[in-house]
Design a protein around this ligand. Structure first.
Ligand SMILES: *[C@@H]1O[C@H](CO)[C@@H](O)[C@H](O)[C@H]1NC(C)=O
Ligand SMILES: *[C@@H]1O[C@H](CO)[C@@H](O)[C@H](O)[C@H]1NC(C)=O
Ligand SMILES: *[C@@H]1O[C@H](CO)[C@@H](O)[C@H](O)[C@H]1NC(C)=O
Ligand SMILES: *[C@@H]1O[C@H](CO)[C@@H](O)[C@H](O)[C@H]1NC(C)=O
Ligand SMILES: *[C@@H]1O[C@H](CO)[C@@H](O)[C@H](O)[C@H]1NC(C)=O
Ligand SMILES: *[C@@H]1O[C@H](CO)[C@@H](O)[C@H](O)[C@H]1NC(C)=O
Length: 476
């Protein structure tokens, strides 16, 4: 009210002289703005309207897998990299230019199939490593020099069952935790001399604690607190770094809240966990690392040459999250995207061998064993789990062998998957076969398998500032 009466006063009341001087500059400013707007609208595409794409570009009327590829123009960009040994070399990257982005009904354009990296550089999508040379070189150095000290315990420790590696071959959904410890303890990385250690392993098993009737889910936090207190009093190494050169390994998501009474573990130590999500304040991506969740399978790899992938995509699992509910709601009766909820009537392996894409959909947590399952059966994984810090993401170029779909884009799933031409699909699948070895556990570790990859992740995180030990030696 007050404001409008003030304006009225300006225009009606006190003399034409004053209103004249108000009017001239305002009109000038308005005219200039109009000119600028006109100029922008004729030169920029900001104002151009959304054009529905030609359906053939989306491959909608060409059945997936046929030899008719979506028309597109190809351009070649050359990028020069600098090799380790300072010899610049040229590298040809085919850049795929899409003519028909967007889609029917979606106001938001789809993300490019093969987008540039975060800095606008083109990525070589046929390379499964971010930098193979650095990885191979560092790996050798890691393998040669990396040393781990494992905190020992008394032979008659009442909790020896929790601290010792399991006797039998680990199995099941959370096997990764037990596998890692079992393989580590008999590996050449172990040192008995703590002064030679790069990292210190806290050997408690979250899976064992969870099932131990003396502790149970409710007692894990106190156990961890006591355990840290004990080692920090008995040994000088914890206090030296506040735990920064210590690590533990856990696959069950209970491991996350297990550290709630031991904040130093949460904030300083390296947490190698299956439930690695950017969304959780207790997980810090550059400090902590993802442990791949892998359902271990023995014996020879399946014969993929006989696989006949007729289905576009496949999922099986319980409905235990809004994301899975959404998937069910949209794709329940689809003839190309098969989403099974409840018991499967066909063998799981046959489904993974019979589908082009296999869906990993967030359940209670971002992680499940489905990614490793898909890779094992040569199926290209489609990851629908926002904020998942993927296994070995700082080594592997996930875009070269998997597809990431935001939860919000579940209704666009078919469209997203169909944009990949047959050639492009084969490239993704060839890369799946290349990374398969990184997602396998072996009791006697094999170079570049899951065990060595986790060791490499630890090695990348090993540096920490240490106070000299004598700072802790009391004169008396
Ligand atoms: C980097 O340079 C070395 C030595 O010149 C060479 O052996 C190696 O193949 C080069 N790496 C790449 C990726 O070209
Ligand atoms: C890593 O170390 C093991 C044990 O010394 C050895 O058998 C293996 O060949 C090494 N791998 C590489 C790539 O150096
Ligand atoms: C800590 O040390 C005390 C005293 O030796 C022992 O009774 C207790 O079991 C230890 N706790 C853990 C978690 O190791
Ligand atoms: C480490 O620090 C804690 C807490 O300040 C202390 O109780 C403990 O005695 C220290 N450990 C050693 C070995 O000095
Ligand atoms: C895999 O299956 C194909 C076709 O059935 C067969 O020709 C090939 O010999 C098999 N390969 C192996 C390693 O068994
Ligand atoms: C799927 O089929 C069932 C039973 O035929 C029907 O009740 C349901 O409405 C269908 N759902 C969708 C999303 O089409």
């Amino acid at each position: 009210m007050a404001r409008s009466s003030l304006l009225l006063y300006y225009f009606s009341g006190s003399g034409s002289f004053r209103s004249f001087f108000f009017f001239i500059p305002t009109t000038l400013a308005l005219t200039t703005s109009l000119f600028i707007l006109f100029y922008i609208s004729t030169t920029s595409n900001l104002f151009t309207h959304y054009h529905p794409p030609d359906p053939s570009f989306l491959g909608l009327n060409s059945p997936f897998g046929s030899s008719t590829f979506s028309p597109r123009t190809r351009q070649t960009v050359s990028i020069s990299f600098h090799n380790h040994s300072k010899t610049p070399f040229q590298f040809q990257v085919p850049q795929i230019v899409h003519l028909g982005e967007g889609g029917f009904g979606s106001q938001r354009p789809l993300e490019p199939r093969f987008p540039p990296d975060g800095h606008g550089n083109y990525v070589n999508y046929n390379e499964v490593y971010h930098d193979r040379d650095i990885f191979v070189e560092d790996y050798k150095e890691m393998n040669r020099s990396f040393k781990i000290y494992v905190y020992p315990h008394r032979r008659n420790d009442p909790f020896a069952n929790v601290l010792l590696p399991v006797g039998s071959e680990p199995g099941g959904n959370y096997a990764s935790e037990s596998y890692f410890k079992k393989v580590l303890m008999s590996s050449h990385f172990i040192t008995k001399d703590p002064t030679k250690a790069d990292l210190f392993f806290l050997p408690f098993s979250i899976a064992r604690l969870r099932h131990d009737p003396r502790i149970g889910v409710g007692g894990i936090q106190d156990f961890i607190k006591d355990y840290i207190l004990n080692i920090s009093q008995k040994y000088p190494y914890w206090n030296r770094t506040g735990g920064a050169d210590h690590f533990y390994v856990a696959c069950h998501s209970i491991g996350r809240s297990a550290m709630d009474k031991a904040n130093e573990v949460k904030f300083n130590a390296i947490q190698v966990v299956c439930s690695s999500t950017y969304f959780q304040p207790g997980y810090i991506a550059h400090k902590d690392a993802c442990l791949p969740q892998i359902w271990p399978r023995q014996g020879v790899l399946p014969n993929l040459s006989s696989s006949n992938r007729k289905k576009l995509a496949f999922f099986a699992g319980k409905i235990n999250s809004p994301v899975r509910e959404k998937l069910l709601q949209v794709w329940r009766n689809d003839t190309e995207i098969f989403a099974h909820f409840g018991r499967l009537t066909t063998p799981y392996a046959d489904e993974l061998l019979g589908s082009k894409f296999c869906l990993h959909v967030k359940g209670f947590e971002v992680n499940t064993a489905r990614i490793a399952d898909s890779l094992y059966y040569g199926c290209v994984p489609v990851i629908i789990a926002n904020y998942y810090d993927l296994p070995f993401a700082d080594i592997l170029n996930w875009k070269s062998f998997s597809i990431n779909v935001a939860t919000l884009d579940i209704p666009l799933l078919r469209k997203i998957l169909k944009r990949f031409s047959f050639e492009e699909y084969l490239m993704l699948q060839r890369n799946v076969l290349k990374v398969r070895k990184h997602f396998q556990w072996h009791l006697s570790p094999v170079d570049y398998d899951a065990f060595y990859m986790v060791m490499y992740e630890l090695w990348l995180r090993r540096s920490s500032v240490r106070l000299p030990l004598n700072a802790f030696v009391h004169p008396n």
